[in-house]
Design a protein around this ligand. Structure first.
Ligand SMILES: Nc1ncnc2c1ncn2[C@@H]1O[C@H](COP(=O)(O)OP(=O)(O)OP(=O)(O)O)[C@@H](O)[C@H]1O
Ligand SMILES: [Mg+2]
Length: 323
């Protein structure tokens, strides 16, 4: 049985004037234990909205429109935030939100923040147990607990804060982690340390399955077993890492690969080509393929016919001309 399933999920933001912005428009995928699914796409395509929806975290103005999310076969849609926090979050699926290193409470020492957070998931652990477990976990991931736990966030670098948040979020040994751009806004050396830590936790089987969101396709080449490419609220391609990186079929995936500075180290560097134009304004109704106005291969009918995601060989592509 898949550990995590998302079924035709539609989510929208409600505007002040009662309008709806359909930020996620029919996303489906499922994850087997042990998989790392990378999700990539340009800024504003809906990655963070999707992960919030995947966790049932509907903070207004974000609302579910339709579809289902199941964790180990159990639907989490329609459940209260309290219920999700108590029974799913951190215990079954841990979430590392975008900009997580800013989520530590500036007025609390790291260990107290951790204890508050773990207690909010209604475990039976007392503070002493939580501290001991934190110490053990930080040892395991090669962080000096004394140098970190007794400090306020302001005394730590952004990279250390990020590693703390990851250590704390995964303390209850969730089966799965959803990491939303865990390395963005960090310098390159720190990014490497954070990635190393995440994969150290995977190697040590602290968790076994992960959704890893990033702008950087070349990074996914090294960390993901499958990759989904997202554009304007939809998945446009979903396949194995090799399929998506080395043989992209959707024109947007091709354009995204072509716009990267270094898609593959060791390969002759081609000059990166920017993707002309801008994504559609989701507040306006969209007819036809969402990428058509920017697609170098678009035909007249692409502007009229909505493209459905379908199997092309062994991967999914949302383009009638993917062959
Ligand atoms: N609170 C909000 N109210 C209205 N629209 C929103 C809100 N938050 C996000 N959006 C819109 O939803 C769309 C998706 O945003 P989202 O933050 O999910 O993108 P993203 O892919 O995570 O981008 P980034 O890579 O920059 O993090 C965007 O068009 C954005 O403008
Ligand atoms: Mg985001």
């Amino acid at each position: 049985m898949p550990i995590f399933e998302v079924d035709n999920l539609h989510l929208h933001y409600l505007t002040r004037f009662g309008g709806k912005i359909p930020a996620v428009a029919g996303v489906s995928f499922s994850m087997e234990q042990g998989e790392v699914l990378g999700i990539a796409g340009e800024s504003g395509c809906g990655k963070s909205t999707l992960v919030n929806g995947c966790m049932g975290l509907f903070i207004p103005p974000l609302w579910p429109t339709s579809g289902d999310v199941r964790v180990e076969g159990e639907s989490i849609m329609g459940r209260t935030a309290k219920d999700v926090r108590k029974n799913i979050l951190a215990k079954k699926v841990a979430m590392i939100p975008q900009g997580a290193f800013n989520s530590l409470n500036p007025t609390r020492k790291v260990k107290d923040f951790a204890a508050d957070m773990i207690a909010s998931h209604e475990t039976n652990m007392d503070r002493k147990e939580i501290y001991d477990r934190l110490r053990e976990r930080f040892d395991l991931i090669g962080m000096d607990a004394d140098k970190v736990l007794n400090h306020y966030p302001i005394e730590l670098t952004a990279g250390t804060r990020q590693r703390c948040v990851i250590g704390i979020s995964t303390l209850l040994n969730p089966k799965m982690v959803i990491a939303d751009e865990p390395t963005s806004a960090l310098d390159v050396t720190t990014q490497k340390a954070v990635i190393k830590m995440i994969f150290n936790l995977l190697d040590k089987q602290i968790f076994s399955t992960m959704i890893f969101i990033t702008h950087e396709l070349p990074l996914l080449r090294h960390v993901a077993s499958r990759i989904a490419i997202m554009y304007a609220g939809e998945f446009v391609e979903l396949g194995t890492t090799d399929q998506v990186i080395f043989d992209p079929r959707h024109p947007y995936t091709k354009a995204l690969m072509g716009s990267m500075l270094s898609a593959e180290p060791g390969q002759k560097q081609k000059k990166p080509v920017a993707i002309e134009g801008a994504p559609p304004n989701l507040a306006n109704p969209i007819q036809g393929c969402r990428f058509a106005p920017r697609c170098p291969m678009a035909r007249e009918e692409c502007k009229v016919n909505k493209q459905e995601i379908r199997m092309v060989g062994e991967r999914q592509v949302r383009c009638d001309y993917a062959e």
